[in-house]
Write a protein that binds this ligand. Structure first.
Ligand code: ATP
Ligand code: MG
Length: 453
């Protein structure tokens, strides 16, 4: 029956290259469970439809519904202009420069409404490598479909009639679990090199095979990512790392030759034998949290990814005669400066990372009032989880993690007892000899220490 169904779909106009007419699938054919569609998404499509406009769920939500997965968010496509959309909802905001979209809010729930985009980017302003800079033309639904990235991301679902419109053979690709870019792959990557990263993310997240012609140009075209504004690369990287399949995504990036020399962060992460175990554990635990629906902090994630780079520099500064704490701040400065330039790390994320790193030597001091002070630290949980990762990766003795686990859980007398019987280990804050100072290293260290302690 499925074969017959696929044949029916493949036997349509789409095979002949006409993508202006969609294949329409009924509820019986696509078998989407309407209960998986959020009430707010239906509120938006029905409000638009009652006002006389076309409105559909689109993109990742339709793909996930077809796969029987509850979508994490719902995007809506319409023929209403952003101004027309805005007028229909009490809390709606027009945002975006490259392409205007409307954010419609119901309480905490945010839905993105986009107007069908025009078909051709030929006339749009481009950079010298062919990357489209701005493109705000509106168009027909079939033109909108052509502008989307992958066949499985270019389907439309109308919750009112429960029909799916498929312009590019997306249903067939869903059934055969294939990721296929729409149009001529080289041209589509050139227009927007971020699609190179998106291929990897979707292939890993959905466990789909990449169609040969979609995959072939990736390694050759990879350097084009360098021309994309860092903030966009960062957004896409964050989506990749928080997809619940971060580990699989990074492995796939490596396989596609996308990590090398392109994204400084990934070079560091993937080519560092010492840190690899730590990074693997960090990503595995992040993936697990995402799957359990728990929040993931980007600061924690990036602090983990870059920790071994910090460690290396921390050791180097100490070997050069710096005190341990200022040396750690110098190392953090170095790493953050490089990554902020290249990856546009947001200020809040960078400051979370610094907090987590700066807390680490404080876990060594298990005497007097110091551990009690650390218990009051706002970011204790993150710092402690980070400490456990360091233990699990073999970087430090697991005894220290166990001690802190017990100390956090204990009551007053229990804590006193732990402090009294604490064993002296190699991890204990050693009484450092006064090291030789190097004036060049010392100067920024004072500033760095002052910013976060
Ligand atoms: P996820 O479930 O991970 O959010 P998604 O498919 O919804 O996946 P988004 O980044 O939210 O991904 O994008 C929404 C839709 O917008 C996509 O499904 C695709 O149709 C379109 N889209 C997004 N980015 C691009 C791009 N760079 N080029 C072409 N189409 C894009
Ligand atoms: Mg989405």
């Amino acid at each position: 029956m499925i074969k017959k169904f696929i044949r029916r779909i493949l036997g349509t106009k789409q095979k002949t290259g006409d993508h202006t007419q969609p294949v329409t699938l009924t509820a019986q054919e696509h078998r989407i469970d309407p209960k998986l569609v959020s009430a707010n998404a239906i509120r938006v499509t029905s409000t638009l439809q009652e006002a006389g406009f076309k409105a559909f769920l689109v993109g990742g939500a339709v793909r996930d519904l077809l796969l029987g997965v509850k979508p994490k968010d719902f995007d809506i496509a319409t023929n209403a202009t952003p101004e027309q959309v805005k007028k229909l909802f009490r809390r709606a905001f027009i945002i975006g420069k490259r392409f205007q979209i409307v954010h419609v809010m119901f309480g905490q729930d945010l839905l993105e409404v986009t107007t069908f985009r025009g078909s051709s980017s030929d006339g749009a302003p481009k950079d010298e490598h062919g990357r489209v800079l701005r493109d705000n033309t509106f168009g027909e639904q079939h033109e909108d479909a052509l502008r989307r990235d992958f066949t499985i991301n270019a389907m439309y679902y109308d919750p009112a009639t429960q029909t799916v419109l498929d312009y590019h053979g997306g249903i067939a690709d869903i059934r055969t679990r294939t990721l296929r870019i729409i149009g001529v792959p080289e041209a589509r990557y050139r227009e927007d090199p971020v699609r190179l990263l998106r291929v990897v993310r979707f292939a890993a997240k959905l466990n789909f095979a990449i169609a040969p012609d979609t995959s072939a140009p990736i390694a050759v075209m990879a350097p084009l990512i360098n021309n994309v504004p860092t903030a966009r690369v960062f957004d896409e990287m964050l989506k990749l790392l928080m997809s619940g399949h971060a580990l699989a995504c990074l492995q796939q990036l490596r396989k596609e030759g996308l990590h090398h020399g392109l994204l400084p962060l990934l070079d560091v992460v993937l080519e560092q034998p010492l840190g690899e175990k730590f990074v693997r554990l960090a990503l595995a635990s992040t993936d697990e949290r995402v799957k359990q629906g728990k929040p993931v902090s980007p600061g924690f994630l990036f602090a983990s990814l870059l920790w071994h780079q910090v460690l290396e520099k921390w050791n180097a500064y100490q070997a050069a005669g710096e005190y341990p704490i200022p040396a750690l701040h110098l190392a953090a400065d170095d790493v953050l400066n490089t990554q902020t330039d290249k990856l546009a790390l947001q200020r809040k994320i960078a400051s979370d990372m610094r907090d987590i790193w700066a807390m680490q030597p404080r876990f060594d001091r298990r005497v007097g009032k110091t551990p009690y002070k650390l218990l009051e630290h706002l970011r204790l949980r993150a710092g402690y989880d980070f400490l456990l990762l360091r233990c699990a990766s073999g970087e430090i003795d697991s005894e220290i993690g166990e001690w802190w686990t017990a100390f956090i859980a204990a009551d007053g007398p229990g804590r006193e007892e732990l402090l009294a019987k604490k064993p002296a280990t190699a991890n204990e804050a050693p009484a450092k000899k006064r090291p030789r100072r190097r004036s060049r290293a010392r100067k920024p260290a004072a500033g760095a220490a002052g910013t976060s302690e």
